[in-house]
Design a protein around this ligand. Structure first.
Ligand SMILES: Cc1cc2nc3c(=O)[nH]c(=O)nc-3n(C[C@H](O)[C@H](O)[C@H](O)COP(=O)(O)OP(=O)(O)OC[C@H]3O[C@@H](n4cnc5c(N)ncnc54)[C@H](O)[C@@H]3O)c2cc1C
Length: 526
């Protein structure tokens, strides 16, 4: 991590284009701009943020995507690169507990910092759970050191780089699933769910996501869980402000329609929907990799990522999200609540294998007005309820299913979450189904988290940050290495930017990307 603010480097006159203003794209754009390139960030929609969009209507401010903020040092690092301090632009409030988890039998746990308050609750579920939890956290600490600090910042552009980490992966038994790992520590089925559900946060199935993804409980414990005042979108705005102060240009509402490639396969810039060409020697795409390759790169340049290979990718599940503004409050709510279904394995099978509507909803409910009342008009409440659903493959007709899904979600909140009469308090209502993820954000098959995080789609097996097919093209975002979630996409932006800087003969940006840069530099010289 960077210890202090840095002075942005002198201008080089070199041009870069970043396609897409999600977290990964903005992060890469800031790094390249601070390193002396002239960067234009081109976004298809009218607002930056991508999945981290916002609804601002009738006095309500409702974040539409990521709201559970971990690893804030990755954001701070971007401000430091720009010579600024995050604290001057973003106010993060630590949450304790992190979230409440409510099980189908009515039992619940306020999950937060490891200590007596948490252990007392764990012991009620299983005698000896405190010791098991400490052993589990020790294991996840090792995973974190190997999987996040080393692998998370590594550039897996070559098979050699993958082979180099195989011994580490074997040592941490990356071949077993998160659920199998957790089951070695806990007997109680509810505790097994509590410590293994986290892959769902990044679009993975806990019973088949590699156990390296069990690092999330560790990330939460060491770094905390935060609410950004003003919402996640305020963080996006702060980062865009930083990029602009560094001299970066932002073009909104103008989709890139083509990455211009010249023989023998080098990116020369991009073309946008208005017909303009944007020459650049570095092109970074933050769009999902299947979208980047299928829609933006002509087939003759795609020896690795042919349409047939893209078709074979396993994609993450999607989400049904209901965004509500209420004219009354429910003070008993926690900021984050997770309602676990009775038949957890059955629901996972519905989502990932059978791809049918889940037999019962697993629900995540966000009530940010519990921490920041100003996100709603006086006396009101902001609620967003997210139910994981399968991605689009033609089996679910959302026009027909959306009303039933809405009813199921509202019923669960009114009954299980103790919010009677909620439907009569709704004054603002919006919803997002997999169809909107596909049509508004350009995500293939409406997958909410891009490519599913399974071992054979991780690290070198994931579409590389330095394109395999087109020189001068780099990928940043959820579908490339290391994966989805704000920390994952920021790291992807770091790796992509540093690969690009090394390739144009400039020193890489500092911070966690230093490791990446060293490896990328070694490979560029090899
Ligand atoms: C409902 C939901 C809740 C989530 N909750 C959390 C959470 O609590 N914590 C967490 O850490 N993560 C969470 N995540 C995951 C996290 O939000 C995502 O992994 C992350 O935001 C994705 O960022 P990205 O860099 O991949 O870019 P994206 O957000 O996917 O943005 C990509 C951008 O590229 C643009 N684009 C695409 N094609 C083009 C084109 N041709 N031309 C120009 N622009 C283009 C898109 O419009 C979009 O703006 C959540 C995700 C969802 C969907």
């Amino acid at each position: 991590m960077l210890e202090a603010t840095q002075t942005p480097r002198p201008r080089t006159g070199r041009r870069a284009v970043v396609i897409g203003a999600g977290f990964g794209g903005i992060g890469a754009a800031i790094r390249l701009q601070a390193a002396g390139l002239d960067v234009t960030l081109i976004e298809a929609t009218n607002d930056p943020g991508g999945r981290a969009g916002i609804i601002k209507e009738q006095g309500f401010t409702i974040d539409m995507g990521p709201v559970l903020i971990t690893a804030p040092d990755l954001i701070a690092e971007l401000f430091a690169l720009g010579g600024e301090r995050m604290e001057d632009h973003v106010r993060l409030v630590p949450l304790e507990p992190f979230y409440k988890v409510q099980f189908a039998d009515g039992s619940m746990i306020d999950y937060g910092t490891s200590g007596p308050a948490l252990w007392e609750q764990l012991e009620r579920f299983e005698t000896g759970a405190t010791a098991a939890h400490q052993r589990f956290l020790a294991h996840t600490r090792t995973l974190y050191q190997r999987a996040f600090e080393e692998l998370g910042t590594a550039d897996f552009s070559s098979l050699r780089s993958m082979l180099a980490v195989v011994p580490d992966l074997a040592k941490v038994r990356a071949d077993q699933s998160v659920y199998s790992l957790v089951s070695k520590y806990f007997e109680d089925p509810r505790l097994r769910i509590l410590f293994s559900f986290h892959p769902l946060f990044i679009g993975g199935n806990p019973v088949r996501a590699s156990s390296v993804y069990a690092i999330v409980p560790h990330l939460e414990q060491v770094g905390g869980v935060y609410h950004p005042m003003g919402g996640t979108f305020a963080m996006i705005q702060a980062l865009i402000g930083l990029f602009k102060r560094l001299g970066g240009k932002v073009e909104l509402g103008n989709p890139v329609t083509e990455i211009i490639v010249s023989p023998p396969g080098r990116a020369m810039g991009v073309r946008t929907a208005d017909g303009r060409g944007w020459p650049a020697e570095v092109v970074v795409s933050n769009a999902d990799p299947p979208t980047t390759y299928r829609r933006l790169v002509a087939p003759e340049w795609r020896r690795t990522w042919s349409d047939a290979r893209l078709d074979r990718l396993k994609l993450s599940m999607s989400c049904y999200v209901l965004y509500l503004g209420l004219n009354r409050q429910y003070p008993h709510l926690r900021h984050h609540t997770i309602l676990m279904p009775n038949d957890f394995p059955g629901v996972l099978g519905d989502l990932f294998d059978r791809r049918v509507m889940p037999r019962e909803p697993a629900l995540y409910v966000h009530a940010p007005t519990r921490t920041e009342p100003g996100l709603a008009p006086p006396g009101g409440e902001v609620i967003y309820a997210l139910a994981p659903v399968p991605h689009l493959d033609g089996r679910i007709d959302w026009e027909r299913h959306a009303p039933a899904m809405r009813e199921q979600v509202i019923h669960a909140m009114e009954t299980t979450l103790g919010m009677p009469g909620m439907r009569d308090a709704i004054v603002l209502e919006r919803a997002r189904t997999p169809v909107e993820f596909r049509d508004l954000l350009g995500s293939e098959r409406g997958a909410a988290f891009s490519i599913e995080p399974v071992l054979l789609q991780s690290a070198w097996f994931r579409p590389h940050n330095r394109s395999e097919d087109v020189k001068g093209l780099y990928l940043a975002g959820a579908g490339t290495h290391p994966g989805a979630g704000i920390p994952g996409t920021l790291l992807a932006g770091t790796i992509a930017a540093n690969c690009a800087l090394v390739d144009v003969g400039l020193p890489p940006s500092s911070g966690r990307g230093v490791t990446v840069a060293r490896r990328a530099g070694a490979q560029a010289m090899a």
